[in-house]
Design a protein around this ligand. Structure first.
Ligand code: FAD
Length: 325
C-alpha cells in the first residue's frame, strides 16, 4: 500500500461517525430489511438480481447466533412475499463457527432448510484462513444431507484453492456451486499470493478450473483483467447468454434464480457501469447487498483488514468517473 492508503487508514478511526455513515450509504442497503427491500426494488430495473447479507460476523457467544437465524428467516419470508429475485449470503462466524463447529453447522442447516423449502439458494461467504476448511466442510456436509441449495466461496489468492476446487467438485458433482473472488483478507505469504498480478493470475486459473470441473461458477470481481478473462473462458467453453450449459450430458436444467452455468457478481455501489453493461449483453448479474445495524463495525473492520479498500473507496468519491454506482 502506498502513502495515500496508509494516510487514509491512519486517520479513518478519527473520522466522525456521520461521515463514515455517508460513505457507507453507497455500500450498504440501510439498517433494516425494509430499507434493503426498497433498494432492491430500485435496482431491479437494472436487470440485476441480488444476494442479501445480514451484516455481522464473529459473534462472541453462541446465544448471539439466534438473532442471525431469526433475521435470515425473515429475509427468506420477505424474498418470497416481495417476489424479489434474490438469494442469501451468510458469514459462518455469525452463526458461531469459531465457537462451536457442530452448533454452527446446525444453525446454518436450519437456514438452508428453510431456504430450500422456498427454492432459495444459500451462499456461505468465505472468511479468513481460520475457517476456510470448516466453511467448505459445512457446505459439503449440508449438501450430503440432500440439501442442494448451498454453495461456498473460494478465494483466488489462497494456494489451496485449486485443490479445493477439485476436491469439492469431485464430492458434489453437478451440484457443486462456487463463488470465486480474489479474497478480501490479506493472508500470510506462506499460504497465499500477495502481489496484484499473482492474485489476478491465480483467480483466473481458478475460474478456468471451476468451469472445467462442470461447477456453477459465480465470478465475483470488479477487476477488468478478471472479467475479460472470464468472458473469454466462457466463450471458449461454449457458455454464454441464452446458451444451454454444454458441460453436462444430459443437460443440467437452469436452476431457479441461476444463470446458464455461471453468473457475474458485484458489490453494491461498485462499478455499476460494468455490471449494467454485462447485463445488457445478456449475462446474469447479481448484486451483493449487505444491510444491518452493524455497518460501522463492518466497514471499519474491512478497512483494517485490507487497507486497499480505503483507497478504492476514496478514489470512488474523489474521482466518481472511475467507478460508477
Ligand atoms: P480490485 O483490483 O480490488 O478492484 C478492481 C476495481 O474495482 C478497483 O480499482 C476499484 O475501482 C473497484 N473496487 C473494488 N473494490 C471496491 C470497494 N470496496 N469500493 C470501491 N471500489 C472498489 N471476499 C472474501 O474474502 N470472501 C467473500 O465471501 C467475498 N465475497 C464477495 C462477493 C462479491 C459479490 C464480490 C464482488 C466480492 C466479494 N469478496 C469476497 C471480495 C473480493 O474478494 C475482493 O476483495 C474485492 O472484490 C476486490 O477485488 P476485485 O476483484 O474487485 O479487484
Amino acid at each position: 500500500m502506498g502513502l495515500f492508503g496508509r494516510t487514509i487508514v491512519t486517520f479513518l478511526p478519527f473520522a466522525p461517525r456521520f461521515i463514515v455513515g455517508w460513505v457507507a450509504k453507497r455500500y450498504t442497503a440501510g439498517e433494516s430489511l425494509e430499507e434493503a427491500l426498497e433498494v432492491m426494488g430500485g435496482l431491479s430495473s437494472e436487470g440485476a438480481c441480488f444476494t442479501i447479507d445480514v451484516l455481522g460476523e464473529e459473534i462472541k457467544s453462541i446465544d448471539e447466533s439466534q438473532w442471525f437465524i431469526d433475521e435470515y428467516e425473515s429475509v427468506i419470508d420477505s424474498i418470497v412475499d416481495s417476489g424479489v429475485d434474490a438469494n442469501i449470503s451468510i458469514k459462518p462466524t455469525a452463526l458461531g463457527l469459531l465457537i462451536d463447529e457442530q452448533l454452527a453447522l446446525s444453525n446454518i442447516e436450519r437456514i438452508v432448510r428453510k431456504a430450500a423449502g422456498n427454492d432459495i439458494f444459500v451462499r456461505l461467504d468465505m472468511e479468513d484462513n481460520r475457517v476456510t476448511q470448516a466453511t467448505i466442510d459445512a457446505a459439503v456436509s449440508i449438501q450430503n444431507k440432500g440439501l442442494e441449495n448451498i454453495g461456498v466461496v473460494l478465494q483466488g489468492r489462497l494456494f489451496r484453492t485449486p485443490d479445493d476446487i477439485s476436491k469439492v467438485s469431485n464430492l458434489l458433482g453437478r451440484n457443486s456451486d462456487f463463488r470465486i473472488c480474489k479474497g478480501i483478507y490479506l493472508e500470510p505469504p506462506e499460504i497465499s499470493h500477495t502481489s496484484y498480478i499473482d492474485i489476478v493470475d491465480a483467480t483466473n486459473r481458478a475460474i478456468d478450473l471451476m468451469l472445467d470441473s462442470g461447477s456453477y461458477t459465480a465470478i465475483a470481481s470488479h477487476d477488468i483483467p478478471v472479467i475479460d478473462h472470464a468472458l473469454e473462458s466462457l466463450q471458449k467453453r461454449g457458455l454464454g447468454p441464452g446458451k444451454e450449459d454444454p458441460r453436462h450430458n444430459p443437460t443440467v436444467p437452469v436452476r431457479k434464480g441461476k444463470g446458464p452455468g455461471y453468473e457475474f457478481q458485484f458489490l453494491l455501489g461498485v462499478r455499476g457501469n460494468i455490471r449494467r453493461d454485462l447485463s445488457r449483453k445478456g449475462h446474469r448479474t447479481r448484486i451483493y447487498l449487505p444491510y444491518g445495524e452493524k455497518w460501522y463495525e463492518y466497514g471499519m473492520r474491512r478497512l483494517r483488514e485490507n487497507p486497499g479498500v480505503a483507497v478504492h473507496v476514496t478514489k470512488s468519491l474523489l474521482m466518481p468517473w472511475t467507478n460508477r454506482r
